[in-house]
Design a protein around this ligand. Structure first.
Ligand code: HEC
Length: 122
């Protein structure tokens, strides 16, 4: 069997590559580039509008001013960095659900734009 060494070599290669891929940080996975929160993105009225829809649909009932007290912290947008908000929205944290399977990256970035905007009304 002449081909056998090639097969073994491929298997060994797969064994090396697979764990390396599995270790990739999901936020920087090839399919999703790291988000860039420049003022152009954050101030774009179209993004803010998309973000408001996300907020009204899925965030307000926990974080909003009319939410049951203690359900979730009231957000203080001035104290929150866009990248931090995005990370919490994407991956969740303790009782905060993760939204990466629910909303596109653009929607998750847009809710950040809405929270950081003057339009934000929890
Ligand atoms: C089921 C209720 C619930 C929903 C729905 C929810 N959150 Fe949260 N969220 C929480 C809780 C609880 C925390 C506090 C987690 C902790 O720090 O222990 C939190 C934390 C956060 C934080 C971090 C706040 C801080 O000061 O540390 C941000 C930002 C946030 N949520 C944004 C959102 C956005 C945007 C949405 C909608 C896409 C959303 N949340 C939907 C419950 C919720």
């Amino acid at each position: 069997m002449v081909r056998r060494p090639l097969v073994l070599f491929s298997m060994a290669l797969a064994a090396v590559i697979a764990p390396a891929l599995a270790q990739q940080d999901p936020k920087t996975a090839a399919s999703e580039a790291p988000p860039v929160f420049d003022s152009k993105f954050l101030q774009d009225p179209a993004n803010i509008k998309v973000g408001e829809t996300v907020w009204t649909g899925q965030c307000r009932h926990c974080h909003g001013s009319s939410a049951y007290p203690g359900k979730a912290p009231k957000l203080r947008p001035g104290a929150l960095d866009p990248a931090f908000i995005y990370e919490r929205v994407t991956d969740g944290f303790q009782k905060m659900p993760a939204w990466k399977e629910v909303f596109s990256q653009h929607e998750r970035m847009s809710v950040v734009a809405y929270i950081k905007s003057g339009d934000f009304s929890p």
